[in-house]
Design a protein around this ligand. Structure first.
Ligand SMILES: Cc1cc2nc3c(=O)[nH]c(=O)nc-3n(C[C@H](O)[C@H](O)[C@H](O)COP(=O)(O)OP(=O)(O)OC[C@H]3O[C@@H](n4cnc5c(N)ncnc54)[C@H](O)[C@@H]3O)c2cc1C
Length: 390
């Protein structure tokens, strides 16, 4: 392949690729190309519930989520436009048999400086008048968390990237990675090859296929995830924050203008699909079941009208944590995928840390575990369930 045309090519303009491209430019990398077969956020990012919270059981994930919340609060300063973040707070319901774990998690989160605490049961009726409290063991709130508009955030990162001199090519599928021995040397498009000093594979559920084009292993399930949007009856008292409810295995968040997004949360069944060919509309049975689950917990939702229902993809790694970073024995290649259904919030932090890794070859020790190398070295993340999957 000819002399490199770019210093770095980022394939995939979801939240992870778009933010990686932005932070590479911010770090002064000269020639950066961001390329997507669609438009920004046309993968899972565009359909994300985009709840931004810190409730994680793995300490490094809680640390990154805390930094993500801070970044979302300063998003306009970072990207120069409104990224659509709403700092509403976040409400986590806890089943009785998870309360002891939740106590450990809240203590860990507070030690990291996360603004979180339990709400005393005596205050529930006043603070959560909309809630049917039967079967709830505890309630945790995070005061600085919230939700974002995932398309607006991602477009904001792309716009900051192009304003800084980065090049963005939408609607351009990458057919394969170019490889010579133990080096990835660029990308192959329909009718041209482009050489690059480094390539970032940020193609979400499709990253396995791009990796395989250069004979790289990248284990990832594509799992179908359905979400629904409802118009609630005007004038009713409802939560003002996103709510995670493992008791009925659901989540919800406000969307503004009397609309609410409802989804199914952990624990639930997961269905593997072909990411190039899956049903993008929701199943009627799923929609009705979801409505019943939420109406049971928040009776004021009765009478809500369904506006929209759809399915998108989770890209799930073996330990439900993304692969981010270089791999031993391979030059010029970086993984940046495998959000496993929870990497909208941390996407920009993964992008920022990856840019540091690429440019300075430096990251904090706890971040090195995100490399694909963890599989071979037996250092996968432990799965601990304390109200959320990770
Ligand atoms: C329904 C749903 C709800 C979610 N809710 C939350 C939530 O509340 N909070 C949270 O933190 N996370 C949530 N997530 C997870 C989060 O949205 C994802 O982890 C994150 O958006 C993934 O971003 P990404 O950039 O890795 O991938 P994607 O957004 O999938 O982006 C990959 C991009 O690569 C492009 N691409 C693929 N193949 C090629 C190719 N060959 N050539 C060029 N381009 C290519 C695609 O077009 C796409 O734009 C949710 C996800 C879903 C689906």
């Amino acid at each position: 392949m000819a002399e490199a045309s770019y210093d770095v090519i980022v394939v995939g303009a979801g939240i992870i690729g778009a933010s990686t491209a932005h932070f590479l430019k911010k770090k002064g990398v000269d020639r950066v190309l961001l390329i997507d077969r669609g438009d920004p956020a046309s993968g899972g990012t565009g359909k994300s519930a985009a709840i931004v919270r810190s409730y994680y059981s793995i300490p490094v994930m809680a640390r990154l989520a805390k930094e993500a919340v801070q970044l979302f609060h300063n998003l306009e300063a970072e990207i120069g436009v409104d990224g659509g973040f709403h700092a509403t707070g976040f409400t986590q319901l806890v089943p009785p048999d998870w309360v002891d774990t939740a106590k450990e998690l809240v203590a860990m989160h507070q030690s990291l400086g996360i603004d979180t605490d339990f709400v005393e049961e005596s205050e529930w009726a006043k603070r959560f008048p909309w809630l049917e409290s039967d079967g709830i063991g505890a309630i945790v709130v995070e005061n600085s968390s919230g939700y974002a508009d995932p398309v607006q955030t991602t477009e904001g990162f792309v716009s900051a990237f192009t304003k800084a001199g980065g090049e963005f090519r939408p609607r351009t599928p990458v057919r394969a990675l170019a490889r010579t021995g133990d080096r990835i040397t660029g990308i192959i498009l329909e009718d041209e090859s482009i050489a690059s000093g480094a390539v970032v594979n940020a193609t979400g559920p499709w990253s396995t296929f791009l990796a395989a084009s250069a004979e790289l292993d990248l284990p990832m399930r594509a799992v179908r995830e359905q979400d629904t949007v409802w118009e609630v009856v005007p004038g009713r008292e409802l939560p003002t924050t996103p709510v995670s409810n493992p008791i009925e295995a659901t989540y919800m968040r406000p969307m503004g203008e009397g609309r609410w997004l409802f989804g199914r949360g952990y624990p639930k069944p997961y269905f593997d699909v072909d990411p190039y060919n899956y049903k993008e509309s929701a199943d009627e049975e799923f929609v009705m079941d979801l409505r019943d689950r939420w109406c049971q917990r928040i009776p004021a939702l009765q009478g809500s009208k369904l506006l929209h229902a759809y399915a998108a993809l989770y890209d799930v790694t073996p330990d439900w944590i993304p692969f981010v970073g270089p791999r031993s024995g391979l030059d010029g290649y970086y993984d940046a995928a495998g959000g496993s259904g929870h990497a909208f919030k941390t996407g920009p932090i993964f992008g920022r840390e990856l840019a540091d890794w690429i440019v300075d070859n430096e990251v904090l020790d706890d971040f090195r575990q995100f490399s694909y190398d963890r599989l071979a070295s037996g250092k996968s993340f432990n799965q601990a369930f304390g109200g959320n999957r990770v």
